[in-house]
Design a protein around this ligand. Structure first.
Ligand SMILES: Cc1ncc(COP(=O)(O)O)c(C=O)c1O
Length: 378
């Protein structure tokens, strides 16, 4: 049976445009962008052209607002730890449904003495703007709320949150982790109103281990990685030029593919859910009533352990994921689902199916029948 890959949210296959650009860069761009001779200048040009394109695609005012990093986790850490450390006494505020890259960075700062407050979400997994403003109060803070949740796909009202927290504290710095959101809909400086935006290449068809942080001009930011002062002193180390070239090519392909993505990939997701609803009336789709990403389907199958279902699906070529993390041998219930008020036993019955640019016509319907047959047989 042909494989059906429904784990684009974990990582998306490399887009051919990104691969071609990377192969060309690997073959033709040999120098170190920090050097001064002709070969180095080629690398520097490729790097700066990529920065200009990335800035344009994100609607940034200036190319130097883009800092290239080693991925989403690093960008989140740079945003949160870097902005909090840059101003003494700054607090950190995160939602409870953030990725571990944000939560662990905040936890680390808290262990070093910074104040850390969290804001919850409603039963559909959406963070409320007014709650954020209440938590910030009069404190100078870095507020981090993701643009779309990586388990449920629920979109978060980041622009509204930015507006309301700035109303209560003008010195606030707003960060959004848009690692999952970029592929599913518009993510720009204007659409998010954030001061700091995290992207990770491998979630939208670029290579793994490459990301960027948009840093609005004037936002205080202390580097995490010290050394030769690359990236205008904000992230030292020789740039991964082929990786960056590939990421920006994938960004451009993602942006020009957005309408098709919403209609065709979203259509596969919708057919998947329609067949599931028909065949398995007890299956419950998470965040169905709120705006969510077009390619996500997070489903609870009552009385079916997600682990059992995933293992059996994997055996016949359907790749999906559960939000539960396996830590030190014990399955921990997803912090996102428990923050939404789901009992741990119910959270252990949830599976995330994520379609993506590489999904084929018919994948949605075919996968739904396979899943329904499997659930019926357990
Ligand atoms: C929302 C979110 N933030 C951050 C990350 C981490 O990104 P990376 O894998 O590039 O370190 C992920 C990856 O799963 C994610 O989903």
């Amino acid at each position: 049976m042909a494989e059906i890959y429904l784990d684009h949210a974990a990582t998306a296959p490399l887009r051919p445009e990104a691969r071609d650009a990377m192969v060309k860069a690997l073959d033709e761009i040999g120098g170190n962008p920090s050097g001064s001779h002709a070969v180095a200048r080629m690398a520097k040009n490729a790097l700066e052209e990529s920065r200009e394109r990335a800035a344009e695609l994100l609607g940034a005012d200036r190319p130097d607002e883009i800092v290239f990093t080693g991925g989403g986790t690093e960008s989140d850490n740079l945003a949160i730890v870097g902005s909090v450390r840059a101003s003494a006494g700054r607090a950190v505020v995160t939602s409870t449904i953030e990725h571990k890259a944000v939560l662990e960075a905040a936890k680390h700062l808290h262990a070093m003495g910074s104040a850390w407050s969290t804001v919850g979400c409603d039963r559909d997994g959406v963070v409320m703007p007014t709650t954020c403003a209440d938590v910030v109060g009069g404190n100078e803070a870095t507020v981090s709320v993701m643009a779309a949740n990586n388990e449920t796909g629920a979109l978060q009202p980041v622009a509204e949150i930015a507006g309301s927290v700035r109303g209560s504290q003008p010195g606030v710095v707003v960060h959004t982790d848009a690692v999952q959101a970029f592929v599913g809909g518009e993510v720009t400086v204007a659409s998010t109103r954030a001061d700091l935006i995290t992207l990770s290449a491998h979630k939208f068809g670029g290579p793994k281990g490459v990301g960027l942080l948009y840093v609005r001009s004037g936002t205080p930011l202390e580097p995490l990685v010290h050394g030769g002062g690359q990236e205008a002193g904000r992230r030292s180390g020789t740039a991964n030029v082929p990786g960056i070239v590939g990421m920006v090519e994938a960004m451009a392909a993602t942006v020009s593919d957005r309408d098709r993505f919403r209609d065709d990939v979203g259509g596969e997701r919708d057919r998947f859910e329609a067949v599931l609803a028909d065949r398995l009336p007890k299956a419950a789709i998470t965040a169905r009533e709120v705006p969510r990403m077009p390619h996500f389907s997070h489903v609870r199958f009552p009385e079916i352990r997600a682990e059992t279902l995933l293992i059996r699906l994997d055996r016949i070529g359907v790749r999906a994921a559960a939000g539960s993390a396996c830590q030190s041998g014990a399955i921990e219930p997803s912090h996102v689902l428990t923050a939404m008020g789901m009992a741990p036993a119910a959270a252990a019955e949830c599976v995330r199916f994520s379609f993506g640019w590489a999904s084929r016509v018919g994948d949605g319907e075919a996968a739904a029948h396979i899943v329904a047959d499997m659930v019926d047989s357990i």
